[in-house]
Design a binder for this molecule. Structure first.
Ligand SMILES: Nc1ncnc2c1ncn2[C@@H]1O[C@H](COP(=O)(O)OP(=O)(O)OP(=O)(O)O)[C@@H](O)[C@H]1O
Length: 595
């Protein structure tokens, strides 16, 4: 079933370049047929040098004419083969371009949650390696397919016409060769599979090792964390050794059997006998010998082609897997929002890979210009609520409304411009600080960028950098501290000036001084906006116009601090634990600024 799907994926993905592929296969097949005919003429020409009165298949020809035929047909065969490859290479480039463009466009439209869950490593592998694999398949393999099929068939037909006895002899040798080869190669298939699996594991282990390095190195000097990588490397070495040992002998043996040599031996031995007893003329003998040699030669690529086809099928399957991810649907009915009231109406949500719902029957409203604090224990569903607003995922049940419009009906640009999403996992491009901030608004002037940075409490720091705003931030912002990156992201959001701010207040990087800056930056970001904040600070919770208390995907209570203190035991419990943590924080930091 899986195999069937893989096959379908390969041909479906290559559909846009079907014309190239079919033309390449046909031209290569034609070149295969003409090369067999050329070999026949070669036999004719050679015989004419010995005996000028040679007649072959009832045809009489002088040497010059036969030679001209040989030259012209060889020429046609050579050029049709060459053009088959040119066409297949054009097709391969076209396919690569189409796939990259379509996949990139598609990725821009699938839910962002799909991208974060799939992981950039896997997406990168598909976009780069798998597409490259398909390129190689179309460019090199498709002409081979045409030639490897047409040459043996044409050879066989011609040999049967020339002398059926020799035709049978060479077929018997070939069939024996294929049977012995498949028997010998039987085990190597298992070793090859093991080798490929361990190769894929090693790739995963390397990526994991490098990505996890900053965290892993905080646990030890790298020795134990290196173990997983080392294990997969050892595994890879063992499998590679096994495969080479096994296939080394088997493949050489198989190649020897399928090489032209056994056919030449059989055909020349039997043919010589027929020539001596007068039942075969020299030109026919020579022609069959040449054709049979060419036939086994043409079969050789089929040996490795099946591996190549399987690899390409797997690549196509992974590409199809991503292409099949449903795109977010935007009806684009609503181009403009007049108010920024938000409403969750009977919202339920289930992650695809989970059995239970992450959110169940959630109902609340956030009025324009107010601040709602989301609180709850870990796994309560706070981030999920936040991510549903900019449509990282779409709700499974119910609807989310902004300005009384279902967010699915709001034009994507309008929604993006209306909602700024500020979370911990900040992404900075390997570019200047200025360009990283201007990502929020390409048209912003330098002055606007500076104002946003001042409001985000990061301007002073930027001015201490060697090139100020033109300093490169390093790969993924590696030259900035966590708190600085966070404030750059806030500057970005301030510059965007969206009316709705969805943010996670978490301050995992903050020391007392940078926390103070962060609080100021967030206050500036939230000024006069409609805010939904995953709150971690007591002051934020107390100051919120509305507190939304979540537990296990349900909204347990909503109201102001005072209201909830009066009528929600769950809130009192949680609030008490927050207060304890807060007092602990003050004891430990001594200079806490929270109110
Ligand atoms: N991408 C995902 N795929 C599958 N399940 C997920 C995914 N993200 C979150 N979940 C699950 O959904 C539930 C709610 O998670 P969510 O991240 O919204 O909780 P949270 O309240 O924000 O927790 P925390 O405070 O620890 O960040 C949890 O059970 C979590 O395991």
């Amino acid at each position: 079933m899986e195999n069937e799907k893989m096959k379908k994926s390969l041909w479906a993905i290559m559909k846009p370049v079907n014309l190239h592929i079919n033309s390449a296969i046909l031209l290569a097949a034609f070149s295969g047929i003409t090369s067999v005919i050329a070999l026949t003429f070669l036999a004719f020409v050679v015989s004419l040098t010995v005996n000028t009165n040679t007649t072959f298949l009832g045809i009489t020809m002088d040497f010059d004419t036969a030679f001209i035929y040989l030259a012209v047909i060889s020429f046609i065969s050579f050029f049709s083969r060459k053009y088959a490859f040119i066409i297949s290479h054009f097709g391969a480039f076209k396919l690569e371009e189409i796939l990259r463009t379509n996949l990139s466009k598609h990725l821009a439209k699938v839910p962002l949650g799909f991208i974060t869950t799939t992981g950039t490593g896997k997406l990168k592998k598909v976009l780069l390696d798998d597409i490259k694999n398909l390129h190689a398949f179309v460019a090199d393999t498709t002409p081979m397919i045409g030639r490897s099929i047409s040459t043996p068939i044409a050879s066989l037909i011609l040999m049967l016409i020339i002398d059926y006895r020799l035709a049978f002899a060479s077929i018997v040798v070939l069939i024996l060769g294929v049977i012995i080869m498949s028997y010998v190669m039987k085990d190597s298939q298992v070793y090859r599979q093991a080798y490929e699996n361990s190769q894929s594991n090693i790739n995963k282990a390397v990526v994991e090792f490098v990505q996890a390095m900053p965290i892993v190195r905080t646990f030890d000097d790298g020795t134990s964390s290196f173990k997983r990588y080392n294990e997969s490397l050892e595994n890879y070495k063992t499998n590679l050794k096994n495969w080479i040992n096994e296939t080394g002998v088997a493949a050489k043996f198989a190649m020897a059997i399928l090489s032209p040599m056994p056919t030449i031996l059989a055909v020349s031995g039997i043919g010589a006998y027929f020539v001596l007893n007068g039942s075969l003329d020299l030109v026919s003998f020579l022609a069959v010998l040449l054709i049979a040699t060419g036939m086994s030669d043409a079969l050789m690529p089929l040996m490795w082609m099946s591996n190549f086809v399987k690899k390409s099928q797997a690549a196509a399957y992974r590409i199809a897997d991503i292409s099949n991810e449903e795109e977010l649907y935007y009806s684009n009915k609503v181009k403009e929002l007049n108010s920024f009231d938000i409403e969750f109406k009977n919202v339920g949500f289930k992650y695809e890979n989970r059995d239970s719902n992450a959110l169940e029957n959630i109902n609340f409203e956030v009025k324009q210009g107010t601040k709602s604090a989301i609180i709850g224990s870990s796994g309560a569903g706070k981030s999920t609520i936040a991510k549903l607003i900019p449509r990282f995922w779409d709700v499974s049940f119910g609807e989310i409304l902004i300005d009384n419009q279902n967010i699915k009906d709001i034009d994507s640009k309008t929604l993006m411009n209306s909602v700024a999403f500020v979370f911990q996992d900040t992404y900075l491009f390997h570019d200047t600080i200025k360009n990283n901030i201007k990502l929020a608004n390409e048209k912003a002037t330098d002055e606007q960028v500076i104002q946003a940075c001042k409001a985000a409490q990061i301007h002073e720091f930027i001015m201490t950098l060697p090139n100020g705003y033109d300093t490169l931030v390093g790969d993924k912002g590696s030259r900035l501290s966590g708190g600085q990156k966070q404030r750059v992201t806030i500057a970005r959001a301030i510059l965007r000036d969206a009316q709705i701010i969805v943010l996670d207040e978490a301050t995992s990087y903050a020391d007392a001084q940078s926390e103070e800056k962060l609080i100021k930056a967030l206050a500036n970001l939230m000024k006069n906006k409609t805010v939904i904040i995953i709150a971690h600070r007591l002051s934020t919770i107390k100051d919120a116009d509305q507190i939304l208390l979540f537990e296990k995907g349900r909204l347990l209570a909503k109201g102001t601090h005072e209201e909830l203190l009066k009528n929600s035991f769950d809130y009192i419990d949680l609030y008490t634990s927050y207060e304890k943590a807060y007092n602990w924080d003050i004891d430990n930091k001594g200079n806490h600024n929270d109110k």
